[in-house]
Design a protein around this ligand. Structure first.
Ligand SMILES: C[S@@+](CC[C@H](N)C(=O)[O-])C[C@H]1O[C@@H](n2cnc3c(N)ncnc32)[C@H](O)[C@@H]1O
Length: 178
């Protein structure tokens, strides 16, 4: 989020056909809940357009970057790394440490699609579980970001938006931003 070290989400793995909506929703969730950038493998490049389109209409800042070498990005990352996995330490046990570390440096958050190479478990500073039950990278990312930002992402400001949703008890209201 603005005025804080960056949070970058690395989506590792993407099975064409099967993972299209999941990868898009990883991106939309990352954007909506306070991350600054999404790294996608080249095979998932087609998902970029939808995510960029939402950012163009509803605001940013949020970047999507395509990489030929996701593991290379992981290896060369300079700050702390969190890997979301059902086998990891419970979020509620490690969130304070991660928050303190992210106050100083940009944070890389890795989410998988299918089996993640063991190297990722090894390189991560925290292998982190949102419960130790199998579920979804989208749900895990949402809960993790909410814990990381302690709810502040819910009041995030958006810049360069064309549209703004006006919350209503019933019905829908979307306004053009002047
Ligand atoms: C279909 S799941 C694969 C489950 C995998 N066996 C694992 O390591 O979590 C795809 C991704 O969802 C995320 N995920 C699933 N359950 C999770 C949990 N309980 N906590 C954190 N992340 C989870 C992980 O990033 C995983 O790579």
């Amino acid at each position: 989020m603005q005025d804080e070290p960056a949070v970058v989400v690395l989506r590792l793995g993407h099975r064409p056909g099967r993972d299209e909506r999941m990868t898009t929703h990883v991106g939309l969730t990352a954007r909506a809940l306070g991350a600054d950038r999404l790294l996608l493998e080249s095979v998932a490049e087609g998902r970029r357009e939808t995510i960029d389109d939402i950012t163009d209409r509803f605001g940013g800042p949020f970047e999507v970057e395509i990489t030929d070498s996701p593991l290379g990005r992981l290896r060369s990352w300079k700050g702390p790394i969190v890997h979301l996995t059902m086998y990891g330490q419970p979020v509620q046990r490690v969130e304070d440490e991660i928050r303190a570390s992210h106050r100083e440096e940009p944070l890389l958050v890795v989410v998988g699609a299918e089996k993640v190479p063991f190297e990722v478990y090894d390189r991560a500073d925290w292998n982190l579980g949102v419960t130790n039950q199998p579920h979804s990278e989208i749900a895990a990312l949402a809960v993790f970001l909410d814990h990381l930002f302690d709810g502040r992402e819910l009041d995030r400001e958006w810049t360069d938006a064309e549209k703004r949703v006006i919350p209503k008890e019933t019905g829908k209201r979307v306004e053009d931003v002047e």
